[in-house]
Design a protein around this ligand. Structure first.
Ligand code: DX5
Ligand code: ZN
Length: 217
């Protein structure tokens, strides 16, 4: 089964609780939470108080995407406030394995992310160490961008690297996914689909249901 992870970066923060309920009721399994530090990416989004406050709004899996430098510094705090999956960027960590170990030691699932220009080969040491690999389909930092077509080949490459090793690790895609291109990324091997604008702009519940239907859920 494919998983939908609506990204609240595109939500209407005036009514964040309601928007979360909407995608929850539609059947989305994860909630994608983008944390930006203004260093690893140019922009700043939101942090611990927001996550802590929405934790009681839903039982959905909190899929936290850290776009921050030196992520190991904050792993414990993000684990303690209710993250279920903590994904960090390979490019942002001196010792990715240490970050993975720390996430696991706190009883959480670990994800490793790569930007569009980072070669998939950097993932080789971690393929059997993480629960999820995030192949960014736009440059991280902003919602509402267009998917970079070349990234679809990277998804295909990662899936084949995993298959060669008999691994069924989740592959997440994030950025520019909409109802017209979602099956292309699923066809390439992605099974955890992030969508921000395409879900939250307009009728969030209707949009999430439509995605899930297209994805065969
Ligand atoms: C971008 C973020 C994404 C973003 C996706 O840096 O990681 O999660 O919210 O937004 P859309 O789906 O609008 O491209
Ligand atoms: Zn994200």
């Amino acid at each position: 089964m494919n998983i939908l992870s609506p990204s609240i970066l595109a939500a209407d923060f005036k009514k964040l609780g309601q928007q979360i309920t909407d995608v929850d009721q539609a059947g989305a399994q994860y909630l994608h939470i983008d944390v930006m530090d203004g260093m690893f990416v140019p922009s700043i989004s939101f942090g611990m108080p927001v996550i802590e406050s929405i934790r009681s709004a839903t039982d959905m899996v909190f899929d936290v995407h850290l776009m921050i430098m030196d992520p190991i510094r904050y792993v414990e705090e993000f684990a303690n406030i209710g993250s279920d999956i903590i994904t960090f960027h390979q490019e942002a960590a001196d010792d990715p394995q240490a970050v993975i170990d720390k996430i696991h030691s706190l009883g959480k699932k670990a994800g490793i992310a790569i930007k569009p220009k980072t070669p998939v080969s950097v993932l080789l040491p971690y393929l059997d160490k993480v629960e999820m690999i995030l192949v960014m389909t736009v440059e991280p930092g902003f919602g509402g961008q267009k998917l970079i077509p070349e990234t679809i080949d990277k998804v295909r490459e990662v899936r084949s690297m995993l298959c060669d090793r008999n691994l069924t690790t989740d592959i997440q895609v994030d950025g520019g996914i909409n109802d017209a291109n979602v099956m292309t990324v699923v066809g390439a091997g992605a099974n955890v689909i992030v969508a921000g604008s395409a879900v939250f702009k307009g009728d969030a519940k209707g949009n999430a249901s439509k995605f899930l239907k297209i994805m065969g859920n």
